[in-house]
Design a protein around this ligand. Structure first.
Ligand code: ZN
Length: 410
């Protein structure tokens, strides 16, 4: 067993605890959490005294692309389509082994920055393999592409094979999910087929949706950068009647309570009704939204309507280095959150968004002992201390009671 004591404990599901302690069993689950004078000290438990720190649940990164680790600064285009084209080009030059190594580096980088759970999307399969290899916690959404309807059948045949191959890595705390990439790379037929496959296997869905303004132009009027590219490739208009990106998702069976909408910037009131009706969740990536599109997502409206919402770093090609604490500060400014609301979005909110809140996201009896220790500093409240910290201030990170980052061995 392991017993940790800290000047402040932030369970998130309950108020802050001064002079708190937490007791963890040999399986990595929390068995007691509360004031240090109440939490038992079994004689066989290893004890660690954390002193002037805030101990809180490990951060949940609801959107990453860890196979792109190492590509920070490699693509600087302002134009979104140029940027994507260049990302595809640099990926083509990286070997399978290099993707695996990059994914492992990315996971370790997350741990060192206080993140214990990632919800990742990628096309190589390297991340699910790396999560499994490192005994890490996360969902790896495997991407499928094919803008032309006639590409659907061959793309699905390859995709089913890929998922069968990757499924052996979905053990322990590593899970696999499905991700039809985005409306400018996926046909309606492919959305339908891949999401039916996800439902048949009971796995979650993640989609990049309502992100660049030209996504709406593609679907509503067949104009803009994506429509121009489709025309050059001889791909037909996706729909004769104008439909919004979110409406297109609904039409092809994408939206459900197990669907994570990544970015979701360009959303009208009608779109929002669809999201509410289907109970989707949102991965909010404020710094990526700012960098690529110079805009913000309607976070307050999402929360007023009761949508689950987590924070995401997106890839380090978009924003480097990935820093969920910096995302939280940005999100707080955009939404006008209190410190408590912001810390919740970093932890339990993210866990709710990706469907893992029964297992993690708060320090509660029975949940995994995923934790991060941050310095208390001069701040007046433990929540403010968390939000003042940056990724390099993390003192230690535990995953299921196992210390995965930090100087002292727990
Ligand atoms: Zn992304």
């Amino acid at each position: 067993m392991l017993r940790l004591r800290a000047d402040w404990l932030l369970p998130v599901s309950a108020g802050p605890i001064a002079d708190g302690a937490i007791l963890i069993d040999d399986h990595g689950r929390i068995v007691a959490v509360g004031r240090a004078d109440i939490v038992p000290t079994p004689p066989d438990a290893a004890s660690e005294e954390l002193g002037a720190t805030v101990l809180l649940p490990g951060l949940v990164n609801s959107h990453s692309h860890l196979e792109l680790t190492g590509f920070a600064g490699a693509v600087e285009d302002d134009d979104f389509w140029e940027w994507i084209t260049h990302v595809i080009a640099i990926k083509a030059g990286r070997s399978e082994e290099a993707f695996f190594d990059a994914a492992c580096d990315g996971i370790r980088g997350m741990w060192s920055a206080g993140v214990t759970t990632v919800c990742d999307t990628g096309s190589t399969g390297a991340v699910v393999e790396a999560l499994d290899h490192l005994g890490a916690c996360g969902i790896a959404h495997h991407e499928v592409f094919g803008a032309a309807p006639e590409q659907c059948a061959p793309a699905m045949r390859r995709y089913v094979k890929d998922l069968d191959r990757l499924a052996r890595h979905a053990t322990g705390r590593t899970r696999l999910g499905v991700s039809p990439h985005a409306p400018y790379t996926v046909s309606g037929a492919l959305y339908q087929a891949s999401c039916e496959l996800a439902r048949a296997h009971g796995v979650p869905i993640a989609v990049h949706v309502a992100e660049p303004p030209d996504e709406r132009r593609l679907l509503e009027e067949f104009t803009g950068i994506f429509a121009d590219s489709w025309r050059r490739q001889g791909i037909a208009r996706p729909t004769e009647d104008p439909v919004s990106p979110m409406g297109f998702m609904e039409r092809h069976g994408v939206l459900s309570s197990r669907t994570l909408c990544i970015h979701a910037i360009d959303v009208t009131e009608v779109d929002l009704e669809l999201m509410v009706r289907h109970g989707v969740a949102v991965a909010h990536c404020p710094r990526s939204n700012q960098r690529h599109h110079g805009t913000v997502a309607p976070v307050r409206r999402y929360q007023e309507r009761g949508l689950r919402l987590g924070l995401g770093s997106d890839s380090e090609v978009s924003v480097a280095p990935p820093d969920l604490l910096a995302e939280a500060r940005e999100a707080r400014m955009i939404a006008g959150w209190t410190a408590q609301e912001t810390v919740r979005a970093l932890t339990l909110g993210g866990a709710e968004a990706i469907g893992l809140a029964a297992e993690l996201g708060s320090l509660e009896m029975g949940k995994w002992a995923d934790m991060v220790a941050l310095p208390l500093g001069e701040m007046t409240t433990p929540e403010e201390a968390v939000l003042m910290a940056s990724r390099t201030d993390v003192l230690a990170t535990w995953l299921g009671g196992r210390k995965v980052f930090g100087t002292k061995r727990g």
